[in-house]
Design a protein around this ligand. Structure first.
Ligand SMILES: [Mg+2]
Length: 412
């Protein structure tokens, strides 16, 4: 079974998505997600100019060989653009293999280890009343675990707060809290770590008082703290029994997490911007995290992320795959198949895509009573509707950036 066509489709129904579409000489089609939020065109060029010509005539059944060839033959390894491009190829090949076998991908990975995937949704509000409404709206949708983000006194604009706080507004151009904004320049947000560290524990105290001790709660610090600040936050949140605290430090320096661990028993999740097992090497071996945040789309596909998660499983570390709206329905379905099959699944982030996106990417996955299931269609179970995709040409969009009060650029 040979690959005869490799097309890169760039579409922007609610936001930009990069999709690789492979066709075989037997007429099978496979799709893979290579979306890199805010840098989409770099992956498009990498795939179109450098990878697609290598795929024509290759045996579509040799997934591991294709992965090793694309990783090693480039000489220049790793990095978000390379690993998203390899992920797109790898995911499309798994889709083809499933269709060739007449099985959903999770069956090829060993079959289901559970009935469905526990998810968490994103509740947010600048003030507590809006936050509480948002939590209740997510519970009404079936979510059994909730990420909590709020405004911080003195800051105008901050990561994670929905522009429209009602869940029903989740169909617009900037629905829920999609941070990437269309336009020629990125938007500027502001940041004050001391104010944040004082405020966040008061929010979780209020949420626990309102919603009780059972509801699993998560929070994302979005890479903004130093190790000692992260340790302080983890300790101050211990009374509120978080499911996880995410991205407390940038973690490019993996050893930074040793300091956090020395001071706090709040579970830690890290890795949404990592792209290979090497980024996790020390923090898994030394058990410095509890959840791996890697996404199939940004970690070299199903093949490589499965290796990361198998390694993590040896240390009782679980999956917590990144699932914002910039992971396309193709990438999301791929990680649903992986999450259903592995033993050490933890939780799946699930922000729902907008209506236009759902028309471009026809899906068979299901969200029932807070659990996701990829469905039982052969392959991934997501089809790219080319006619719909063509309606929405690429539009430049950037993620925001942060400055401190004195004008210093800070981690966003
Ligand atoms: Mg995050």
């Amino acid at each position: 079974m040979k690959i005869v066509k490799a097309a890169v489709i760039l579409t922007s129904p609610d936001r930009n998505f990069v999709t690789l579409r492979l066709e075989t000489d037997e007429g099978l089609v496979g799709v893979g997600d290579g979306t890199l939020n805010g840098r989409e065109l770099a992956v498009v060029a990498y795939l179109r100019e450098h990878v697609a010509p290598l795929l024509i005539g290759r045996d579509a059944s040799r997934i591991e060989d294709a992965w090793q060839f694309l990783y090693r033959s480039a000489y220049w390894r790793r990095g978000p653009v390379t690993m998203a491009a390899i992920a797109a190829v790898d995911t499309a090949l798994w889709d083809i293999k499933g269709k060739a076998a007449g099985m959903p991908v999770y069956q090829l990975l060993g079959g289901a280890s559970r009935n469905g995937l526990l998810t968490y949704g994103h509740a947010s509000g600048k003030e507590l009343p809006e936050l509480f409404d948002s939590i209740r709206a997510h519970q009404a949708q079936g979510y059994k675990a909730i990420r909590v983000q709020t405004g911080v006194p003195g800051l105008k604009s901050i990561y994670g707060i929905a522009s429209n706080v009602t869940f029903e507004a989740n169909t617009g151009v900037r629905y829920d809290h999609e941070p990437a904004q269309r336009g020629d320049l990125p938007s500027e947000e502001d940041w004050d770590t001391r104010s944040y560290l004082r405020h966040v524990p008061t929010v979780f105290e209020a949420v626990r008082q309102e919603f009780g001790p059972e509801l699993p709660l998560l929070h994302d610090a979005h890479h903004r703290l130093t190790p000692i600040q992260a340790a302080k936050l983890g300790r101050s949140l211990e009374p509120y029994d978080l499911f996880w605290l995410e991205d407390v430090t940038p973690a490019e320096n993996q050893e930074a997490l040793r300091l956090v661990r020395q001071h706090s028993t709040t579970p830690l999740a890290i890795g949404e911007i990592f792209n290979s097992v090497w980024d996790y090497q020390l923090i898994i071996r030394e058990q410095l995290i509890d959840y791996v945040r890697g996404a199939v789309t940004h970690t070299g596909g199903i093949t490589h992320l499965k290796k990361v998660l198998d390694y993590a499983g040896q240390y009782q570390i679980k999956s917590g795959m990144h699932g914002p709206t910039d992971i396309s329905p193709v990438g999301l379905a791929a990680q649903m198949h992986l999450g259903l099959a592995i033993h050490n699944f933890g939780i799946q982030e699930y922000m729902q895509h907008g209506e236009r996106t759902n028309q471009v990417f026809e899906q068979s996955f299901m969200f029932t009573d807070g659990l996701l299931h990829p469905g039982d269609q052969p392959g991934l179970g997501v089809d790219l509707n080319l006619a719909e995709a063509e309606k929405y040409p690429y539009r430049r969009a950037y993620l925001p950036f942060n400055r401190l009060a004195d004008g210093t650029v800070h981690d966003w």
